[in-house]
Ligand binder design. Structure first.
Ligand SMILES: C[S@@+](CC[C@H](N)C(=O)[O-])C[C@H]1O[C@@H](n2cnc3c(N)ncnc32)[C@H](O)[C@@H]1O
Length: 328
């Protein structure tokens, strides 16, 4: 995994942006790909290189298990190498995937979230999409499966970059998507050009959620849609839970808002047609440890005697889906 090999990360053909930003992106990517100081990066690079032995033109992105390659594309020996390489890219938090017949049963069954979200989405056919905090790109691929013209994901976490390119490198010339390993805040300030902007599982991690929503707005085309999925506290009032320490074991949860507070933040950010579509407490079947993510998972962060509470005594993780439009 090196920058020369991934120089197409800079060919963001579907986007129009300032030339100065392109050179600043080049510098940022050079810095990312020279992160040999990151303890696991060499291991991930070598796993991604090993995965290049897999070659196929077969993929299927519109099914719950995202499928790339088929088992019979590989010899038994190649399958063994692939299995080891995929294992060294653990933890697989997002998925599921089937990679040349190996079923990556990730911690999260992201197909369940995507199914909920699909109910409220405008058609993605021929749309240009930004997915902020895209993880390993599971949803990028599902968006392509739903007919999107072009998808850009941004996520600075390197293991997710390695997982994404490990999976798609055998087909990535054919697919119209990029995962940029940079923080969202490093995008040019006002792209104004995505038909649909997604922020799923990100808002409660932001120290300034209102600023996050305003930034999403700046990247949305006028008349375009923003789709927010976030942890909420399921109460009627406009309020937020600010955890003093952890929330369900997570250190970086700054604020868990109520749905009406999210709606007023969206309003304040300039959106119209703000809709709350769905509120659901996360089920243990949707987030659980598997052989591909062997650390603690949701069940370990709930009160063992009362699953309606976290181990810290907060309401158990509950997520809501909102959509809104940037006015014409
Ligand atoms: C809870 S995960 C959500 C992943 C995915 N969107 C989903 O809904 O399953 C939050 C993601 O945000 C990413 N993230 C953290 N800081 C970020 C930033 N400044 N810009 C973009 N993504 C960020 C993390 O690496 C992580 O993948």
């Amino acid at each position: 995994m090196n920058l020369e090999r991934y120089s197409h990360l800079l060919d963001l053909n579907g986007l129009s942006y300032d030339a100065n930003w392109k050179s600043s992106l080049q510098k940022k990517l050079e810095a990312v790909f020279s992160k040999t100081s990151h303890g696991h990066f060499p291991k991930w690079q070598s796993a991604v290189n090993q995965l290049t032995i897999a070659n196929s033109t077969h993929y299927n992105f519109d099914t719950p298990i995202v499928e790339i390659g088929k088992a019979n594309d590989l010899t038994d020996q190649q399958s063994e190498i692939i299995l080891q390489a995929l294992n060294s890219l653990q933890p697989w938090r997002k998925g599921p995937f089937s990679f040349f017949g190996t079923h990556i049963d990730s911690e999260w069954c992201c197909d369940k979230k995507w199914q909920r979200i699909q109910n409220y989405l405008p058609s993605l056919k021929d749309k240009t999409i930004l997915d902020v905090g895209c993880g390993n790109g599971y949803y990028i691929l599902r968006m392509l499966g739903d007919g999107a013209k072009y998808v850009i994901g941004v996520d600075p976490t390197l293991v997710f970059l390695a997982q994404y390119y490990g999976l798609v490198q055998c087909i990535d010339r054919d697919i119209n998507a990029h995962l940029l390993p940079i923080p969202f805040e490093d995008l040019p300030t006002q792209l104004d050009q995505f038909d649909c902007v997604f922020s799923m599982g990100v808002l409660y991690h932001r120290r300034d959620p209102l600023e996050h929503l305003k930034r999403l707005y700046q990247h949305t085309l006028t008349g375009g849609t923003v789709l927010i999925e976030t942890l909420v506290i399921d109460i009627k009032e406009s309020a937020q839970l600010i955890p003093q320490d952890r929330y369900a074991g997570m250190r970086n949860v700054w604020s868990v808002p109520s749905p009406s507070l999210v709606q007023s933040w969206l309003y304040e950010s300039g959106y119209e047609d703000i809709q709350l579509h769905n509120i659901q407490t996360t089920q243990l079947e949707e987030q659980r440890a598997t052989q591909w993510m062997q650390n603690y998972s949701l069940v370990n962060f709930l009160n063992p005697n009362d699953h309606s509470k976290t181990i810290e005594g907060h309401p158990a993780p509950t997520r809501a889906i909102f959509s809104a439009h940037r006015p014409q």
